[in-house]
Ligand binder design. Structure first.
Ligand SMILES: Cc1cc2nc3c(=O)[nH]c(=O)nc-3n(C[C@H](O)[C@H](O)[C@H](O)COP(=O)(O)OP(=O)(O)OC[C@H]3O[C@@H](n4cnc5c(N)ncnc54)[C@H](O)[C@@H]3O)c2cc1C
Length: 394
């Protein structure tokens, strides 16, 4: 192989798509944020209705949803490259582009029956319904296969569900969601996925205020009846479908959102350090400041490659779970550090509501807990590198 042959560049088409989304965020989304409340997670309907058709026209609607279900059908690699741009605004971490590029339903719905896809999946892609995804219970989220106590018992053509879920994102605004309930109490894995509607008798919920505005909820199921046709996948096999692939897959786009917000927080710090003067010279001339910026730069670049590696492996159909956990662990921790440094460089202004930094600081803290906490990712990584039958260490 000749020198230079190994050079890697993003495909031209992907570079263009990513630039287009960057322009969209800068020209359409950020200007709106000047008039919104500091912690806003939505924009006025008039703006949403103006912008959503624009995003559709750009071919940027629900980019990760397969084309056969009216989505963009992009590879996960293309998604992470685009998502890095999509989240670079104040609400980007939890309300990327305020949903104007579509809000995808939980990936697992595409493993459902034609009825389930037609009734729940497609209307959600079209924006007519909103969904949530409920695994965590008061008994714990790190080891859900053991912690899930919510019970579903067959009764004629229905299932009767009793129990509770905590910290469920999107449920307060949702119409339907997926509930993992125990159907075989004898085994650790005897769990089934059910599609549940918010307006069903026996369903109730209450907000759990947390350090982000996108408030999760506690859900209660009190003799909630679900028809058999709302069983998603096989009875007692819900966990296998979820744990093997989907939970691990979700960590990759989650990581690229961490990356995108790190990028924008870092750029703000670089720019500010060049203009703010103390003791007669710009902050950027001080080594103490330069080293903070350098650490952020190195960590961000590392983060990007780790995410891309996980995405490539996923798209190639290879075992990507180790790489997905590394990306999630590293990106969540980098986000916290980069935002913290950026606040430090901005001094007092860094913690004001004039800037999104303090918002990201609060939200970043959640990223080390949600979607598999840092300790859980370390458990996955350790299991792989220590197990003789697992993946060899680097
Ligand atoms: C804002 C927010 C939104 C969320 N949204 C959703 C949602 O939409 N759907 C959903 O299902 N869940 C959601 N969650 C729940 C989230 O996934 C869980 O909080 C997370 O998995 C951790 O579970 P836990 O809180 O029960 O902590 P626990 O499982 O009780 O763990 C407590 C701490 O101990 C650590 N720990 C656990 N086991 C070990 C070990 N063996 N060794 C060392 N340390 C360990 C954990 O990492 C954690 O730091 C959300 C949580 C938050 C905060």
């Amino acid at each position: 192989m000749a020198a230079g042959d190994e050079r890697y560049e993003l495909p031209e088409e992907l570079k263009m798509a990513s630039r287009m989304v960057r322009d969209y965020v800068q020209k359409e989304i950020i200007p709106l944020e000047h008039d919104l409340e500091h912690d806003s997670i939505s924009i006025p309907d008039t703006e949403f209705n103006r912008l959503a058709p624009k995003a559709k026209a750009m071919g940027m609607w629900c980019i990760g949803v397969p084309q056969e279900f009216d989505g963009g059908g992009l590879s996960i690699f293309a998604q992470v490259v685009i998502e890095e741009e999509m989240v670079q605004h104040a609400a980007g971490l939890y309300a990327p582009v305020y949903g104007t590029m579509g809000t995808s339903p939980p990936e697992i719905i595409w493993h459902g029956t034609p009825y389930q896809i037609e009734t729940y999946g497609l209307p959600t892609v079209r924006g007519a319904r909103k969904a949530w995804f409920a695994i965590t219970e008061p008994t714990g989220g790190s080891d859900p296969a053991r912690a899930i106590q919510t019970r579903a018992v067959r009764d004629g053509d229905d299932w009767v569900i009793n129990g509770s879920k905590v910290f469920i994102s999107g449920a307060l605004w949702g119409d339907w969601g997926i509930v993992f309930a125990r159907t075989d109490p004898e085994t650790r894995r005897g769990i089934t996925a059910f599609i549940v509607e918010n307006d069903s008798p026996g369903f109730s919920l209450t907000p759990i205020p947390v350090m982000r505005a996108y408030t999760p909820a506690q859900l209660f199921f009190d003799n909630l009846r679900v028809p058999d046709r709302n069983v998603l996948g096989e009875v007692d096999k819900g966990w296998d479908l979820l744990a093997n692939k989907l939970l691990a897959r979700g960590r990759i786009p989650y990581s690229s959102a961490n990356l995108g917000v790190s990028v924008i927080a870092h750029r703000m710090a670089v720019e500010y350090s060049k203009t703010r003067e103390t003791f007669g010279a710009p902050l950027a001339t001080r080594q103490a400041i330069q080293w903070m910026l350098v650490d952020s730069e190195v960590e961000i670049r590392t983060c990007r490659w780790l995410i891309w590696e996980a995405a490539w492996k996923y798209d190639a159909g290879e075992d990507f779970r180790l790489e997905g956990s590394i990306a999630k662990l590293y990106s969540a921790e980098v986000l916290g550090k980069v935002v913290d440094r950026s606040i430090q460089i901005h001094g007092g202004y860094g913690v004001t509501h004039e800037m999104p930094l303090e918002r990201w600081y609060r939200e970043a803290r959640i990223r080390r807990i949600g979607e598999g906490a840092s300790e859980v990712q370390r458990i996955v990584i350790a299991r792989e590198i220590l197990n003789p039958a697992g993946r060899p260490p680097a």
